[in-house]
Write a protein that binds this ligand. Structure first.
Ligand SMILES: Cc1cc2nc3c(=O)[nH]c(=O)nc-3n(C[C@H](O)[C@H](O)[C@H](O)COP(=O)(O)OP(=O)(O)OC[C@H]3O[C@@H](n4cnc5c(N)ncnc54)[C@H](O)[C@@H]3O)c2cc1C
Length: 610
């Protein structure tokens, strides 16, 4: 009897390598959103310098082997501090990896932040900028953390510079910093830190102990301890400190180093040892007479930090969906080459069903994110003359909706991304847990994503903020007006029931918010916030489906609203629908076909390489 040939380390079956394609071209849903959110003269423009040309260019660069090598280098060569010289003299030199620095230069060259401050695209600046950011982010080794704070600092300084009564000294200092934050020249480009969190609290900064004393020349000397400082390699920071002459905290601008390269009163106590974000130098800092400049009015620091948070929270949301999207891209590429039970994995109805569910959730999260990004652009640049009928009517409605949607989008996308990336890892089986090659490394994305629900406001803190915005001020009324327009719209017939379900759920939430005591509303605000998200995201999906009657867009709206997918995660208010498993709108074969179209953009009969 002839012997069977065993496999070995070099012989036998080897899995064909899954490959990522251009991260713009492959992302069909992003392309749909670009058509919806940019006016035709921008979305239809062709050529290398058109928005789509730029997105496609970054979509190619972001998966180049060199970029994956930079990520690898940044992850493996973690930042460290060279504390002392050979002879014991304090040095405090912070070292970061070469790959980390290259990823930063790439961001400056591509204008990942700068686009929002350049004289192009008017009210659509934020859509163009955040689309670039979204494509770049999963390949950035979370360089997007300093970029988010850079964007926020640039906005705060921009607003300060628009104040005619700013002193000459401050104008010169702030203008210089602003120019460096917004230049595309990698040799001059700055990033900024944002220091709020102290040992006493990050969610609640009222017990901050850092102090600032004014000098005769108007500058301040700032001393204290900051418990979490990401981007310690930045050139400047915006920070909170307490002055002796005001009860409220004040906001300061301070360069990290003097012109000769020595620290401006900053000592790195230690770098944090973290689950993820390994390339990012997050430190505990001691400040001793750090020279800084007051930003805005004394005692009103939280107001200026709120301006920053409104921007960094949108960054957090875009980071979340971008990580999620990269996870899905890897999962799809893998399913196209992997076989199970001698059949292609991408055709397996059970596997497809899980992917289709994630696709529905992803699309709903993308809708909320892009709408919020659009509103941020309108809030900063003014409303465009011509705009889609489903956009808010005026600047006031924009501001009121933004007040609720900013914490909402940060909260929802971060939570959904963490659980979805865990699912994405599982979709690859054992290799989903491995970190060998950056192109396929979902585990890195998962580690990094776990910080997204924590910094810039935890889920609890954000839901308290959402409900406060609801119960105080006019945000509830503004959202109610906007939703009313969607519910009353003459949309697609097949969405009539979905509209009715959303309206009923919204009325339940509204009644609860109007009647509940503050204590009761706060105790349930997490479920309430997820309930609001279900309705708002459902409304966006209806608007999206009504735009062109696209059958897949209708399908997504129905699954989100009527089949329970959008209701996962909240129970307290309005959770009355039947579980999705009992709904039978079509047989399993037909469902697998629709699932496949949703996930891959083509049917089950297509060739694997489409
Ligand atoms: C990797 C990393 C980098 C960071 N970088 C920075 C940085 O650059 N700058 C900076 O300033 N900070 C930074 N932070 C800090 C971060 O913003 C804070 O950790 C976060 O805001 C939470 O604050 P805390 O750690 O003090 O937790 P706490 O505020 O003590 O929260 C503890 C728990 O209490 C809950 N909680 C708090 N308030 C309420 C409430 N009102 N109702 C119900 N529950 C509540 C929270 O949800 C949380 O579960 C970073 C953190 C990490 C992990």
């Amino acid at each position: 009897m002839s012997r069977l040939t065993p496999n070995s380390a070099t012989e036998g079956f080897f899995q064909e390598q899954p490959r990522l394609g251009n991260q713009y071209d492959e992302d069909l849903y992003l392309q749909r959103l670009i058509q919806a959110y940019l006016p035709v003269e921008l979305s239809q423009a062709s050529g290398a310098s058109s928005p789509v040309g730029l997105f496609r260019d970054i979509g190619a660069k972001t998966i180049e082997p060199e970029v994956f090598r930079w990520i690898d280098d940044a992850e493996k060569n973690k930042p460290y501090v060279e504390e002392l010289s050979t002879f014991g003299k304090p040095k405090g030199v912070l070292h970061t990896a070469a790959g980390w620095k290259e990823l930063g230069k790439m961001a400056a060259r591509e204008g990942i932040i700068q686009t929002a401050y350049e004289d192009k695209y008017g009210p659509y600046k934020r859509i163009v900028q955040f689309t670039k950011y979204y494509i770049y982010c999963p390949s950035s080794a979370i360089y997007t953390c300093p970029l988010a704070m850079t964007d926020a600092a640039a906005r705060v300084l921009e607003l300060q510079l628009s104040n005619a009564s700013l002193s000459t000294t401050k104008r010169s200092v702030f203008q210089d910093a602003y120019n460096n934050l917004t230049t595309r020249d990698p040799a001059k480009s700055w990033t900024s830190g944002q220091w709020m969190t102290e040992r006493a609290g990050g969610s609640d900064v009222r017990n901050s102990e850092t102090t600032a004393f004014q000098q005769s020349d108007g500058t301040y000397l700032i001393s204290g301890h900051k418990w979490f400082s990401s981007a310690t390699d930045s050139q400047m920071s915006i920070l909170l400190a307490r002055t002796p002459t005001s009860a409220g905290l004040s906001c300061f601008f301070a360069p990290l180093k003097h012109a000769d390269g020595s620290w401006n009163g900053v000592r790195i106590v230690r770098l944090k040892d973290k689950l993820g974000t390994r390339a990012l130098p997050t430190a505990e800092l001691e400040l001793k007479d750090m020279k800084g400049y007051l930003v805005g009015e004394e005692g009103k620091g939280v107001k200026y930090i709120s301006t920053m948070l409104n921007i960094t929270r949108v960054h957090n949301a875009v980071s979340s969906v971008s990580f999620w999207r990269r996870g899905l891209a890897i999962v799809k590429a893998f399913a196209k080459v992997r076989k199970t039970q001698n059949k292609e994995l991408w055709k397996n109805p059970l596997h497809l069903s899980g992917l289709a569910k994630m696709e529905v959730q992803f699309r709903a999260n993308m809708q909320l994110t892009y709408f919020t990004v659009a509103l941020l652009g309108f809030d900063e640049q003014g409303m465009p003359e011509k705009r889609a009928p489903w956009m808010p009517k005026d600047g006031k409605e924009v501001a009121l909706m933004l007040r609720v949607l900013t914490p909402l989008v940060k909260m929802v996308t971060a939570k959904a991304t963490v659980s979805s990336l865990a699912e994405c890892m599982e979709c690859l089986g054992g290799v989903g847990y491995l970190e060998n090659e950056q192109e396929l490394n979902i585990a890195r994305l998962y580690r990094d994503a776990n910080v997204l629900p924590i910094w810039e406001g935890t889920t609890n803190v954000l839901s308290v903020d959402i409900i406060r915005a609801f119960t105080k001020g006019d945000s509830l009324a503004a959202l109610n007006t906007w939703l009313g327009r969607v519910f009353d719209g003459q949309g697609h017939n097949s969405l009539r029931e979905a509209r009715a379900v959303l309206r009923t759920t919204w009325n339940d939430i509204k009644q609860f918010a109007e009647k509940a005591s503050t204590e009761e509303a706060l105790s349930k605000c997490r479920d309430l916030s997820f309930g609001i998200a279900f309705v708002v995201m459902g409304a966006f999906l209806i608007v999206d489906a009504d735009r062109d009657g696209d059958p897949l867009a209708i399908e997504v709206a129905l699954r989100w609203i009527l089949e329970g997918i959008g209701r996962e995660g909240f129970q307290a208010v309005g959770a009355t629908s039947a579980p999705a498993i009992f709904q039978r709108r079509f047989g399993w074969k037909e469902k697998a076909e629709v699932d496949c179209r949703l996930v891959f953009g083509h049917g089950l009969q297509a060739e694997a390489r489409l």
